[in-house]
Design a protein around this ligand. Structure first.
Ligand SMILES: C[S@@+](CC[C@H](N)C(=O)[O-])C[C@H]1O[C@@H](n2cnc3c(N)ncnc32)[C@H](O)[C@@H]1O
Length: 272
């Protein structure tokens, strides 16, 4: 059973992991422009209207918020648990239309005040929010009727028949799979979304399985923490290299990295 104490500890760990991840997170983005691309994909799939008001929950150091502003002309308020990520994001010259604040996805009311948004987006963040029902309820409370809540979800490594290749990699390595690959499962996040926004629309963004890319991705401390919990960073990276090395023969066989995206629209009458 997931207790309040567990949730509190998850959030402490998430903040500490991302505080520690800042330099490698930005280095990864400088090389791959990946989180900006994922943000743009999410925005395009949900047909985000240009120049909207967006609440970017789990904004990190502002990559998603800046992308929404630069490419879609949005005014963005970003909220994140990690003080270091937010501080670094603010240091990068955000302009007047983007604001980043420290705050918790489960306590948006403490940071948004009376503001109302056209969209509440979670780019690569919702799967680490422990109380997703509460988070989506809070998101819905500051969304205008007809506005959308949408998220991109932690990637699956999928074989050509949609097999779970990460589970396969742990099996090949002879190691137990992690207990919490994500804190909140996709289905749970979608159920919470459905409770406030009615039927959920699903999308997928697939990219070919690219082992050097994944090694860079999991070099971000916060991304590998859940794979080998309890191991120090250097030891964890050695295990990640072994784990992904075990998947090299899948790359030419149509394996993919699959990001699932989901969206829901708040009803015009707020009775759901
Ligand atoms: C993978 S990063 C994504 C950052 C950003 N959206 C981007 O596209 O670059 C996930 C972020 O979610 C934040 N996060 C996780 N749980 C959170 C919570 N409960 N409230 C606010 N932010 C949270 C983390 O601190 C981290 O910065």
């Amino acid at each position: 059973m997931i207790t309040d104490d567990f949730r509190r500890k998850v959030k402490q760990n998430v903040a500490a992991n991302f505080d520690r991840s800042l330099a490698l997170y930005q280095a990864f983005e400088d090389r791959h422009h990946f989180f900006a691309a994922l943000t743009a994909e999410l925005a395009e799939r949900i047909r985000l209207a240009p120049c909207s008001r967006v609440l970017d929950v789990g904004c990190g150091n502002g990559i998603s918020a800046r992308t929404l502003n630069a490419r879609f002309g949005c005014r963005v308020l970003g909220v994140d648990l990690s003080e270091k990520m937010v501080e670094a994001g603010r240091g990068g010259g955000l302009g007047e239309e983007v604001r980043l604040v420290v705050g918790d996805a489960e306590q948006l009311d403490a940071v948004v005040g009376a503001a109302v948004f056209d969209y509440v987006l979670y780019n690569a963040s919702i799967f680490i929010v422990p109380d997703v029902d509460r988070a989506i309820r809070q998101a819905s409370a500051c969304l205008r009727p007809g506005g959308k809540i949408a998220f991109s979800f932690y990637p699956r490594l999928a074989g050509p028949d949609d097999q779970d290749l990460l589970a396969e990699a742990f099996r090949r390595m002879g190691a137990p799979p992690p207990r919490f690959r994500v804190i909140t499962e996709y289905e749970a996040a979608c159920r919470a979304l459905e409770a406030h926004c009615g039927p959920v629309t699903h999308h997928r963004w697939e990219r070919p399985l690219d082992i050097p890319f994944l090694l860079d991705f999991f070099a971000i401390p916060a991304q590998s923490a859940s794979l080998f919990p309890g191991l120090a960073y250097e030891a964890r990276q050695a295990q990640v290299a072994r784990l992904l090395g075990g998947l090299a023969d899948w790359a030419p066989r149509g394996a993919a990295v699959v990001w699932r995206l989901a969206e829901g629209t708040k009803p015009q009458r707020a009775d759901t």
